[in-house]
Design a protein around this ligand. Structure first.
Ligand SMILES: [Zn+2]
Length: 98
């Protein structure tokens, strides 16, 4: 999926990562979970999971009008990768280096 995101959108997502964009999930009903990106006064639904089916599709104009994977989806992918790398790094941390 990440290979389908155009480079400029990755750049804008990286800016968002450093600007403190937030990402989290909300359980709407049993079997339905939404992943949301929010910053300033903007809020976009980027992932929807219904049962076992998970879809990455943002509600922003870029994704809806052009049918592309947008900077918000790129941001979620990068934020999740960063969290996974941080967790692995913490696991590998040598004793006494706090
Ligand atoms: Zn978007």
């Amino acid at each position: 999926m990440l290979g389908r995101i155009e480079g400029g959108r990755f750049d804008r997502a990286l800016v968002g990562l450093y600007a403190g964009w937030q990402w989290g999930c909300t359980v709407r009903r049993a079997e339905r979970v939404e992943g949301l990106v929010h910053y300033s006064d903007k809020r976009y639904r980027v992932i929807e999971q219904r049962g076992a089916r998970c879809t990455a599709r943002c509600s922003c104009d870029d994704a809806v009008a052009r049918g592309v994977l947008c900077k918000h989806i790129a941001f979620v992918a990068m934020a999740e990768l960063a969290a996974a790398v941080a967790a692995r790094s913490a696991y590998r941390q040598l004793p006494g280096l706090d």
